[in-house]
Design a protein. Structure first.
Length: 265
């Protein structure tokens, strides 16, 4: 379930995402890139670990831009509320270069301090999603008072790429923004953690994933490939597998998504 934040936060927060999943034992979920960063509040007993670390239970986690995909091994019940930031939102709120969070998952208090445990405890005390939304709005609005002023070049670049679903060429983007490529890429990488070209690929991939979810009997993969701006079906399958680790058909038929880019395998 997606919930919109306070209007004053909309330029930094895309939405709040409520995720729930209950299953005994441990199981695997796959997270693939969607172009955004996030702050996850763990409101139950779920323990998280990736292939290279030990299980850990924390009240909140931060994650940066994801390179391709990660398999997350979860033990316990998922009861999460996720602050899904705009691609540049976390940088503007806290001033940490987005490149430092690139491809990383870590406890939120390591960067944002012990007050993260305070807001997590407050969220845990109430089970009503409306009250949790109000608490998150208040917390982030307080952070907004100390935030960096957004860079219009980066914001406009993200808006243009998103509006064109990742199919806008670099040259067209530069002409629209009246900026040179070196300046754009330096700013874009500092604020989002990745280049504008990489971001475009991720946006295009996610747009195609949405189309895959809406596929009906008789729809052809080739049609989705061309609609999404890929050269042909083979190119589409290759790019989809690069970002997700599975083919488009596997995504459509076999996985059980909790969110567009968060799949129970």
């Amino acid at each position: 379930m997606q919930i919109q934040p306070h209007p004053a936060l909309a330029h930094l927060v895309r939405h709040y995402l409520v995720l729930e999943g209950r299953k005994p034992g441990a199981w695997t979920h796959r997270l693939f890139a969607d172009g955004n960063t996030g702050l996850v509040f763990n409101l139950d007993n779920a323990a998280l670990h990736t292939t290279d670390n030990n299980p850990s239970r924390h009240s909140s986690w931060l994650y940066g831009q994801v390179n391709t995909y990660h398999d997350l091994f979860l033990e316990g019940n998922i009861n999460w509320i996720v602050v899904v930031f705009q691609p540049y939102g976390a940088y503007y709120l806290w001033g940490v270069p987005a490149t430092e969070w690139y491809n990383r998952f870590f406890p939120a208090y390591e960067v944002l301090g012990p007050h993260m445990n305070v807001i997590a405890a407050a969220l845990l005390k109430t089970a009503h999603v409306t009250e949790r939304t109000r608490l998150l709005d208040a917390f982030l609005l307080q952070q907004l008072d100390k935030s960096i002023c957004p860079d219009p070049v980066v914001m406009q670049a993200v808006q243009q790429i998103t509006a064109h679903k990742g199919t806008l060429s670099v040259q067209s983007l530069l002409q629209t923004l009246s900026v040179n490529e070196r300046t754009l890429e330096r700013k874009f990488k500092l604020h989002t953690g990745i280049t504008s070209k990489h971001f475009s690929g991720i946006v295009r991939l996610n747009a195609s994933a949405k189309k895959m979810q809406r596929m009906k009997a008789g729809d052809l993969l080739t049609g989705i490939a061309y609609e999404s701006g890929y050269f042909d079906q083979a190119h589409f399958i290759k790019e989809f597998r690069k970002y997700t680790g599975i083919t488009p058909w596997q995504y459509h038929q076999a996985v059980r998504p909790l969110a567009l880019n968060f799949l129970q395998l």
